[in-house]
Write a protein that binds this ligand. Structure first.
Ligand SMILES: Cc1cc2nc3c(=O)[nH]c(=O)nc-3n(C[C@H](O)[C@H](O)[C@H](O)COP(=O)(O)O)c2cc1C
Length: 335
């Protein structure tokens, strides 16, 4: 494939969501293959010491490349961890012949452009059960289970573990310093989480059990966002997003990459169906809360991703986050 075509595929791959928008990837393209590599210079040693969430992020980028290739008329095959001697080489995507793009291929490629994390409250409209079934089947094809949290004991346990994890994180100066180093006030920033993409109010003041990650932690007066208000005003609508837990039987790098690929498909199918999503992975950051989630929810296997989903409100749904230019992450080799 020509350099220009690879640049388009890698542009799509880099639209992948990544933990704190760290974009922990590099790409090396040659005529018929694309190497997807982990970039250890972009690690999150406090939040993600094993690299689990960053490897998941790279798995999402791999699948976004596959989607872009399909829409551009190429079948592809993915090989995970192809070289045990090369730890940073997480996947190779090989061209496997011409392909007639289907309407779905085009829809998913369009969803790559449109998708972004929406942390604002969703409309109260429920996500149809058939759609959740479809997403579950999609995840299963990557060996990843997809479990909507519907029973109230499960919800109570998960909500408790999220708030426990948030509390631990906000009390940990190293976590706060790392988080702040990835928060961006410049709207033109090419990485990190823009402050405009994070709802300005205190996540704890939202009428929801599901506390989103607090990106501005210590730098807010709690009372400032909790004004006395008009006593006659109706109470705000309680947020009841659909929340799904995704996980895998194993907990190694292959499992992380596969859950990332599954998440990519889930996010793109959801976007194509008009939904939006935001991960809320605090409870999975820490071994203590992650292990407790396994036992409290009687999970077979390991939780990898907790995702809030729903229909976005009308109007702007939060700023889009930046991406590093393709030239910075792609090397093209002759032959
Ligand atoms: C593995 C993973 C974990 C994430 N965890 C959270 C989270 O706990 N809270 C949150 O608000 N966003 C979370 N995100 C979303 C990222 O912050 C987001 O993808 C990134 O800032 C890029 O923005 P975009 O998704 O709008 O392109 C996570 C993303 C990934 C891939």
């Amino acid at each position: 494939m020509e350099q220009q075509e690879w640049a388009q595929v890698v542009t799509a791959a880099t639209r992948a969501p990544s933990i704190h928008n760290t974009q922990p990837w590099r790409f090396v393209a040659s005529a018929d293959r694309l190497e997807v590599r982990y970039d250890a210079t972009r690690a999150l040693p406090v939040l993600d010491p094993t690299g689990r969430q960053q490897v998941i992020s790279v798995g999402i980028a791999v699948e976004f490349a596959v989607v872009a290739l399909a829409a551009a008329g190429h079948l592809s095959e993915v090989q995970l961890l192809p070289d045990p001697g090369d730890e940073e080489l997480l996947a190779v995507v090989r061209l496997a012949g011409p392909h007639d793009p289907t309407a779905e291929d085009r829809e998913l490629a369009a969803a790559v452009e449109r998708r972004h994390t929406v942390r604002a409250p969703f409309r109260s409209q429920a996500v149809p059960a058939e759609l959740l079934d479809r997403l579950q089947a999609e995840a299963a094809s990557f060996g990843t289970w997809f479990k909507p949290i519907t029973r109230s004991e499960e919800e109570v346990a998960t909500v408790f573990l999220i708030s426990r994890a948030e509390e631990m994180e906000q009390g940990d100066p190293a976590y706060v310093a790392e988080l702040e180093s990835w928060l961006r006030t410049d709207p033109a920033a090419v990485d990190g989480v823009p402050v405009e993409a994070v709802p300005s109010g205190d996540p704890h003041a939202r009428p929801s059990n599901w506390t989103i990650r607090d990106f501005v932690v210590g730098s807010r007066e709690r009372s400032e966002f909790n004004p006395a208000g008009d006593p006659d005003a109706p109470p705000p609508d309680v947020e009841r997003p659909t929340v799904v837990l995704m996980g895998t039987d194993g907990d190694d790098r292959v499992a992380w990459l596969q859950s990332g690929r599954a998440l990519a498909r889930v996010l793109l199918q959801a976007t194509a169906a008009g939904l939006a999503a935001s991960p809320l992975t605090q409870a999975l950051d820490w071994p203590a809360t992650r292990t407790r989630m396994r036992s409290r929810l009687s999970l077979v296997g390991h939780p990898q991703m907790l995702l809030r989903m729903g229909y976005p409100q009308e109007g702007p749904s939060g700023a889009h986050s930046g991406r590093r230019p393709v030239a910075e992450v792609l090397t093209v080799r002759e032959g």
